[in-house]
Design a protein around this ligand. Structure first.
Ligand code: ZN
Length: 162
C-alpha cells in the first residue's frame, strides 16, 4: 500500500490547487504536524502520506492541505518537530513558493523552560520564555535566563501537550 502511494506521489502533489504541501517531514511525524497545526477534526481537505522513499532522509512523510496557508508561528513550530521540512505553497495548481523551514535562532514564547525555578516559570512573573538555538542536528535549545537545555524529544512532547 505504501509503495503504491509512493509511486503516485508526483500525481498526488499536483492534485492540490490552492494550499500547502509540507514535504520532507521526518518519517513518523506527519500526525504530529497535523496536530500541531490544529488540523485534527478540522474541515480542511488533506492528505497524509507516510514513509515515502526520500533520497535525502531515507524515509519521509508528507502532509498536503487544500486551502491552508501557514503563518510564521506555525512555520516555526513545524521547524521544531520537522527540521528538514520543505513548504510548497500552491496557487492555481502551481508551486509558487518553495521554502525550507529553519529552526529560529531565538524563539520566544513557544517553548516552556523545563526548569521549574526558572524566572519564566514563576507564578506572577510575566517573563516570556526565550530560548536560543544551540544545535540543529540534534535539535537543542537553551533558555537564555537560566541556561537549561531542552532537546528534540522534549520539544516534540512539549509542543504536542500544549
Ligand atoms: Zn529557564
Amino acid at each position: 500500500m505504501w509503495s503504491l502511494l509512493s509511486t503516485s506521489e508526483g500525481l498526488f502533489v499536483r492534485r492540490i490547487r490552492e494550499g500547502t504541501v509540507i514535504d520532507h517531514i521526518t518519517a513518523g511525524r506527519s500526525l504530529h504536524v497535523v496536530r500541531l497545526l490544529g488540523l485534527e477534526g478540522s474541515n480542511y481537505t488533506m492528505a497524509i502520506v507516510m514513509n515515502v522513499d526520500s533520497r535525502k532522509l531515507g524515509r519521509k512523510d508528507i502532509v498536503k492541505v487544500e486551502g491552508l496557508f501557514l503563518n510564521s508561528e506555525q512555520i516555526s513550530k513545524i521547524s521544531l518537530i520537522a527540521p528538514n521540512a520543505t513548504l510548497n505553497i500552491i496557487k492555481d495548481g502551481l508551486v509558487v513558493i518553495k521554502q525550507k523551514v529553519k529552526p529560529p535562532d531565538i524563539i520566544e514564547g513557544i517553548l516552556r523552560c523545563p526548569n521549574l525555578s526558572c524566572i519564566t516559570r514563576k507564578e506572577g512573573e510575566f517573563v516570556k520564555s526565550k530560548m536560543r538555538l544551540v544545535s540543529t542536528n540534534p535539535l537543542i535549545y537553551q533558555c537564555i535566563y537560566c541556561g537549561t537545555y531542552i532537546g528534540e524529544d522534549d520539544i516534540v512532547e512539549m509542543l504536542l501537550s500544549t
